[in-house]
Design a protein around this ligand. Structure first.
Ligand SMILES: *Cc1c(COP(=O)(O)O)cnc(C)c1O
Length: 390
């Protein structure tokens, strides 16, 4: 065995031992919310397709028409090869929905986050970032080489205190958070954070990956609004909505936009069609939160704040066992383990979609009540809604 292969094998064995090994499993989700895996059909509560637009025939038809008209690839980066006119159509819709003057689309949400923070922040600057913010926000912060201070989850008082003590030592300061936290489903105290930021001339940056199209958004108090086109929009890509000069600066300086190929025209066309459906159907965008709240009501849990409901189990092995028990009962609820979540907080994460049938949610709640290892976690959470971080 080569030294490289031995290195990889030993790493894998250590991950396996800690119940932290992962591998993608072939899954057909064309009939979402029912998915097929290994010849078995499961109702999935592990997809971010909150509005079902990823499999919507109208969205697929728009993408197919663009595919037929323009072919598959973009041919180069937006700046070098020139961009498809669908970019302007997509960006104007995003700006309108977010109530900003401008928008800048990136290759993915991950690229948008590292690109925007990297373009705006430099080593002289201060970045305050919520400890539970998504990996790509931390990655962007690290790439910028700014001074990074993590603040306690959703603790606006600590943000004010850190700004008070450290802001004067830096040229610019940023407060970085998520509108809806991807693994916890709770929301950031945006207006309190915006007040603290404004008092110290710091700029608030919020990633709305799990809020867009699900909870009220588009807020002038957030000057830099990041997000993705791959969750509620059901397509692919990322965006930053901000003022005209900020977006122009991003198009001129953000590395993932400069040095990476533009999105395929068919993806842009699909995203435009999906945004039009979202804008025209408030009943559709209200559905995921309603479904999540049905679930939390059925289990006597605190009312869901978003389409995401976590159930913290603790050890990775416990989360895997609970996930396997739910699969036996016909549900796909993938275990979420470190490093996606902090050590000791492995969990089941339930994501609700407009396409879920209320009866499946009722059946899921009933199964959870009788799944070994889960009843105790439910009880703990009823007593203390945020056990891992309080
Ligand atoms: C999913 C996610 C991203 C990444 O978006 P992609 O378009 O999938 O790359 C970024 N931020 C948060 C908070 C996310 O949950």
């Amino acid at each position: 065995m080569s030294t490289l292969d031995r290195f990889a094998s030993e790493k894998l064995a250590a991950l396996e031992f800690a119940s932290l090994r992962r591998a993608p499993l072939a899954t057909d989700r064309s009939a979402f919310p029912t998915v097929s895996r290994d010849g078995r059909r499961l109702v999935s509560f592990s997809c971010n397709d909150y509005l079902g637009l990823a499999i919507d025939p109208r969205v697929a038809a728009a993408a197919k028409a663009a595919l037929d008209a323009y072919g598959l690839g973009a041919g180069g980066s937006r700046l070098v090869s020139g961009e498809h006119p669908l970019y302007a159509a997509l960006e104007s819709r995003l700006a309108a929905m977010k109530k900003t003057d401008g928008a800048c689309v990136f290759g993915s949400g991950y690229l948008a986050n590292i690109g925007v923070i990297g373009a705006l922040a430099s080593p002289d600057d201060l970045l305050l970032i919520d400890e539970l913010a998504h990996n790509c926000l931390h990655a962007g912060a690290t790439l910028s080489r700014a001074a990074i201070r993590r603040f306690r989850h959703n603790d606006a008082d600590q943000v004010a205190q850190l700004l008070g003590s450290a802001r004067a030592d830096h040229r610019h300061a940023f407060v970085v958070t998520e509108t809806v936290f991807s693994m916890d489903g709770d929301r950031a105290p945006l207006s309190t954070l915006a007040d603290a930021a404004a008092r110290h001339d710091a700029w608030l940056v919020s990633d709305d990956a799990h809020g867009f199209g699900v909870v009220e958004g588009g807020d002038a108090i957030i000057p830099v609004q990041l997000g993705t086109l791959s969750k509620s929009v059901g397509a692919y890509g990322g965006y930053c909505c901000a003022s005209e000069p900020v977006c122009a600066l991003l198009k001129s300086r953000a590395r993932p936009l400069m040095f990476s190929t533009a999105l395929p025209p068919a993806v842009l066309a699909g995203a435009v069609a999906a945004l039009d459906i979202m804008a025209a159907h408030p009943d559709l965008t209200a559905a995921p939160l309603r479904k999540a709240r049905l679930f939390t009501e059925l289990l006597g849990l605190p009312l869901a704040e978003s389409a995401i409901v976590p159930l913290i189990l603790g050890a990775p092995g416990e989360a895997l066992a609970a996930s396997a028990a739910l699969a036996e009962a016909g549900f796909l609820v993938t275990a979420i383990r470190p490093p996606t979540v902090p050590p000791g907080t492995a969990r089941l994460r339930f994501a609700f979609s407009a396409l879920h049938d209320d009866r499946d949610i009722e059946r899921l709640a009933a199964v959870l009540r009788t799944t070994s290892g889960v009843a105790h976690a439910l009880e703990r959470w009823r007593m203390a809604p945020c056990p891992a971080y309080s």
